[in-house]
Design a protein around this ligand. Structure first.
Ligand code: SDX
Length: 436
């Protein structure tokens, strides 16, 4: 990785002592400067304190850039709006992995690699039988992806660039099959094998929707909507699940174990589980007349109720992905001939009322990627339990890209944060008969 520019420095001095340190300020291509604090403790005996890492750059990266105030998202410098409009998920996957858009020959080779890795080892068919049919599909994704290292033992050779590339292809290629099979298992339908004649998005829709007893009918609008949803969810710099993948990867764990850790982190309702939670929230609100009382409940701290699909650690403006998803909502509903979607109307009224309320405006809480995605996915026939697995399907490409960047970064070392200890001071053990 070429070194970031050493722009200037920041001096930290500890009051009432002679301790002071000058820390280099590093400047990237875009975004705020960062203070390089790697020598802070050695020179002052002080750690920094940043629970949730909201003000901390954990790594140097060239993959994705977010400007939260301006509502900007770039994949390798390309605006998400242009990629969502003009590209395809597989082309975006190539871009994220390689840093440049492919030429025709490169894209043909990449597509061939992915297409030829979509099948699972036949023994995986029996793997699902260990799960209850009503298990959440994310449980299956965690288990099955983590188990992939048992079928590809060579993947532990993470210092081998070829093995890393093959693991990346296997994960990107097989995650749609695993996700579709998790659904098929939950509804007791037979697994559908991937087809090499279909695009990445259509192949997933086929494995999810098709049954052996009927001819499968392609739907170009749903294929385009699926592909766009995958593009929008592909990567998002150092979010919680990506940071989990990087932390797991920093120990030298194999890529399948690292991606399984990312899937587990994404599952939480504060992160990738929010799309499912938005649909539950809209169902609980039920009618426009209940919106204002619900908003009042959200504003009451004691309720601990959140407006799901709203707010973001980085975006303090409209999440650009939410805008694109709102537009995609109309396209999908129109294609499906759904003239009246109460959930969409309720969501838009909820957004309107929230964005007129100072509680949300003053805290810069806007719709995020999860606010509209669930409405589209529901209209496309996905059960709410499949919303987060679909997020994981798309984000697998971002996770494996970030993992590869970390492994190839000469500066990378095992992640090991420190702490502010406020527990008991040193004390001696007392026998139980001497305790009060
Ligand atoms: C994703 O990081 C990423 O990039 C994630 C993601 C990706 O692509 O990887 O973009 C995907 O995870 C999107 C976020 C999905 N989650 C939700 O929609 C769940 C609802 N949102 C909140 O839980 C919350 O907004 C978070 C978790 C997303 C962000 O949490 P923060 O950064 O800790 O929120 P904050 O501290 O900046 O909040 C500031 C204030 C607080 O109130 P005060 O203490 O100032 O009184 O806003 C309040 C918060 O309580 N607040 C909300 C709220 N989100 C923040 N109040 C009501 N409803 C909300 N949704």
């Amino acid at each position: 990785m070429d070194k970031p520019i050493h722009a200037n420095h920041i001096t930290i001095s500890v009051s009432n002592t002679n301790r002071s340190v000058s820390l280099p300020l590093l400047e990237g291509t875009l975004g705020p400067q960062v203070a390089d604090i790697r020598k802070l403790h050695n020179e002052t005996g002080i750690f920094t304190f940043d629970p949730g890492y909201g003000e901390t750059a954990s790594c140097e990266s060239k993959i994705t850039y977010i400007d939260g105030d301006a509502g900007v998202l770039l994949y390798r410098g390309y605006p998400i709006e242009q990629l969502a409009e003009k590209s395809t998920f597989l082309e975006v996957a190539y871009l994220l992995l390689n840093g440049e858009l492919p030429n025709e020959a490169q894209f043909e080779m990449f597509t061939a690699h992915i297409t030829r890795h979509t099948m699972l080892h036949e023994q995986f068919r029996r793997f699902w039988e260990g799960f209850r049919r009503d298990a959440h599909p994310m449980a299956a994704l965690c288990g099955v992806v983590g188990a992939m290292s048992a079928f590809y033992p060579e993947s532990v050779n993470i210092s081998d660039a070829h093995e890393r590339e093959v693991s990346a292809y296997r994960l990107i290629a097989k995650i749609p099959t695993i996700t579709a099979w998790a659904y098929k298992y939950s509804v007791g339908q037979p697994f559908m094998y991937p087809r090499n004649d279909l695009s990445y998005a259509e192949n997933f829709l086929y494995m999810f929707k098709a049954v052996p007893t009927e001819q499968y009918k392609k739907n170009p609008t749903l294929e385009r909507a699926m592909d766009r949803i995958l593009i929008l969810h592909a990567d998002h710099e150092q979010n919680a699940s990506t940071s989990t993948v990087r932390l797991a990867g920093s120990t030298g764990a194999n890529p399948f174990a690292c991606i399984a850790a990312g899937i587990a982190a994404l599952w939480g309702p504060a992160h990738g589980g929010a799309n499912e939670a938005v649909l539950r929230m809209l169902a609980e609100i039920g009618d426009k007349k209940n919106i204002k009382p619900f908003i009042e409940e959200v504003k009451d701290k004691n309720s601990h109720t959140k407006l799901m699909g709203f707010g973001h650690r980085v975006y303090k403006n409209y999440d650009p992905r939410a805008k694109i998803l709102q537009r995609t909502c109309y396209e999908v509903l129109g294609e499906l001939g759904i003239k009246h979607e109460p959930l969409l109307e309720l969501a838009m009224e909820l957004e309107k009322i929230a964005l007129e309320d100072d509680y949300f405006v003053s805290r810069k809480l806007y719709p995020n990627v999860d606010f509209y995605s669930g409405i589209i996915l529901k209209a496309m026939g996905f059960p709410t339990t499949m919303f987060t697995p679909l997020f994981a399907l798309a984000r697998t490409t971002g996770w494996i890209t970030q993992w590869m960047e970390m492994i190839e970064d000469p500066q990378q070392r095992i992640g090991r944060p420190r702490q502010l200890y406020t527990g008991a001071p040193r004390r001696d053990y007392t026998p139980i008969n001497e305790r009060p």
